[in-house]
Design a protein. Structure first.
Length: 220
């Protein structure tokens, strides 16, 4: 298990991709993919905190990839890289669903700053998340109960709940949660930690979607 946030890097340049993965790896848990179709499969299978997507990709270009992710209700923040700096190119990338763009060549300090801003904005400042009458504090690894005050959570419990609250309308498969939180193990591990969370809070906090997995619930 790693505490680094997960980043999907989609870059087909055989020299730039590995270099970016190495530099970004100091702050992010980077997974590098070299074409659009493989990136779509990866993004649908695993959770990522942010994505960096090159505009020109084999198989499926970056704009089409982002548009398809948004169609599939994947709301992960995306920064698009482009060698084309025209206004129309930037607008089309944003219209496809990208949250930000950066023109090549770029400085890594600026790329990291933009990624920090995207993930900070995405979590709504990271301080608290309201779940019905419960209040989740990801940074403190705790949740406030409307009945008995603050309840402390483990690292894994916090990680599972952080993923579910990040995209409350989305149902996550057990395999998806397993890869995002535990990196390895059996899907039953996810069931165990969902059970722990429900026991510490209430059964309706997390909803089971039969045959698919789990999503955030709607507790009173």
């Amino acid at each position: 298990m790693t505490d680094l946030p997960r980043l999907l890097l989609v870059e087909d340049d055989a020299r730039l991709g590995p270099l970016m993965a190495k530099v970004l790896g100091a702050r992010w848990n980077v997974e590098l993919v070299a074409d659009g179709e493989a990136a779509l499969t990866t993004a649908l299978a695993r959770f990522f905190d942010v994505m960096v997507v090159d505009r020109r990709l084999p198989g499926m270009d970056g704009a089409a990839l982002i548009a398809e992710l948004r169609r599939r209700r994947i709301s992960t923040p995306v920064l698009m890289l482009t060698a084309l700096g025209s206004l129309q190119d930037k607008v089309s990338g944003l219209d496809a669903g990208a949250n930000d763009y950066l023109v090549k060549p770029f400085e890594f300090d600026e790329l990291n700053a933009r990624l920090r801003a995207l993930t900070r904005d995405y979590t709504g400042s990271g301080d608290r998340v309201e779940i019905g009458s419960w209040t989740f504090y990801p940074e403190d690894r705790s949740i406030d109960s409307p009945y008995s005050g603050r309840v402390m959570l483990t690292h894994a419990e916090t990680a599972v709940l952080r993923i579910l609250t990040a995209e409350p309308a989305r149902t996550f498969s057990r395999q998806h949660l397993l890869s995002a939180v535990f990196d390895h193990g059996e899907p039953g591990t996810v069931d165990t930690y969902v059970h722990y969370l429900r026991r510490k809070t209430e059964p309706d906090l997390i909803t089971t979607v039969r045959g698919i997995g789990y999503r955030l619930g709607t507790p009173a």
